[in-house]
Design a protein around this ligand. Structure first.
Ligand SMILES: NC(=O)c1ccc[n+]([C@@H]2O[C@H](COP(=O)([O-])OP(=O)(O)OC[C@H]3O[C@@H](n4cnc5c(N)ncnc54)[C@H](OP(=O)(O)O)[C@@H]3O)[C@@H](O)[C@H]2O)c1
Length: 312
């Protein structure tokens, strides 16, 4: 695979979602960004919001020929783990079938594709899973995301498939993990965070920068694009409280084993980013750096801008 120039135009599916909006903010000064809308209206400066039906390959082909992006980033899907468990057919249609359609259409048009997958694919009995570890999905969300990966790679062998766990500023209709902690603590609420669930979170903007760089370097196949540090959810929340000078005492210890959740979840979702680090020739960053950048984004107006980007 040869290296590519940065794209002049990208199109992002799931345009009203957390990742798509942060992706657009991160890249809009460097390329034209088209955000594909579904049910929510989107208002974000210096981006174009466009209709796109992911259910039909013919319609996708027509629209992509009309919009002419060089890269497509596929973020759309159903991300509520419990909703996927309750509605497995819908989860399969939204997470796997749409991904396959996007992969087929982009492959036929010779467009580069970044497909967003998840850190949720493993049973979580150990830590720092690598790209070639065998997935062992515990719930419908994970099963449909794994099927999506398999179909995407079949339909578009040059696609870049990114397994991740990200945070960043969200909006009223879709709060991120960091929003939930930030707004909860700001409102003086005591929050229970699990000590026994582990993640390797990355700030959305760092994920975006790494994904673009990987594609420019000609990378394809599966890459874990996550932060360098493995943290419990409780530790992450405590660090966020500290970084934003919010009351750390409100971050209380909990245990997922005692929680009543519909879908079974892995305890350890940490991924090793060694492959991405090696390809990029740089580390992906740690929580202190990400939280500092999250604060800077707030000071630069990103939080307010995204809060207003989607009507509830
Ligand atoms: N959030 C995380 O921490 C996390 C962690 C690991 C991996 N991921 C993966 O990252 C990706 C992005 O996640 P996110 O949190 O940004 O998602 P999100 O905020 O839940 O947004 C999902 C987007 O998908 C759209 N969508 C849903 N069904 C659709 C359909 N049938 N046709 C077209 N669009 C549809 C939604 O549109 P409307 O709402 O407008 O209908 C929304 O824009 C997902 O693939 C997810 O699996 C997320």
């Amino acid at each position: 695979m040869t290296t590519s120039l940065p794209p002049k135009r990208i199109l992002i599916t799931g345009g009203s979602g957390l990742l798509a909006l942060n992706w657009a903010c991160r890249m809009r000064d460097q390329c034209e960004v088209y955000l594909a809308r579904h049910t929510h209206d989107i208002r974000l400066r210096d981006t174009r919001v466009v209709p796109l039906e992911l259910e039909s390959i013919d319609s996708l082909l027509r629209r992509l020929e009309e919009y002419r992006p060089e890269w497509v980033v596929h973020t759309a899907g159903i991300t509520s783990v419990d909703q996927c468990e309750r509605e497995p057919a819908l989860a399969r249609a939204a997470n796997a079938v749409l991904a396959r359609n996007v992969a087929e259409a982009t492959a036929r048009l010779g467009l580069r594709l970044i497909h967003i997958s998840t850190d949720h694919l493993f049973a979580g009995a150990r830590s720092m899973y690598r790209e070639d570890d065998v997935p062992e999905p515990l719930n419908e969300y994970a099963r449909t995301k794994l099927l999506a990966e398999q179909w995407v790679v079949q339909a578009h062998p040059e696609a870049l498939v990114i397994r991740t766990n990200f945070f960043g500023w969200g909006h009223a209709a879709r709060r991120s993990f960091s929003d939930w902690i930030y707004y909860g603590l700001r409102a003086g609420e005591a929050l229970t965070l699990f000590d026994d669930v582990f993640i390797t979170p990355i700030l959305a903007d760092r994920l975006v920068a790494a994904a673009h760089r990987l594609l420019e370097l000609g990378a394809s196949g599966v890459f874990n694009v996550v932060g360098d540090e493995r943290l419990s959810k409780h530790e992450f929340a405590a660090r966020l409280a500290h970084a934003f000078q919010l009351p750390e005492a409100l971050v209380q210890h909990g245990n997922i084993r005692n929680a009543r959740l519909l879908a079974k979840r892995p305890l350890d979702m940490s991924l090793s980013n060694a492959k991405a680090r090696q390809r990029l020739g740089a580390s992906l960053g740690n929580a202190a750096e990400f939280l500092l950048e999250l604060r800077q984004q707030d000071q630069n107006g990103r939080r307010d801008e995204l809060l207003a980007a989607i009507a509830e």
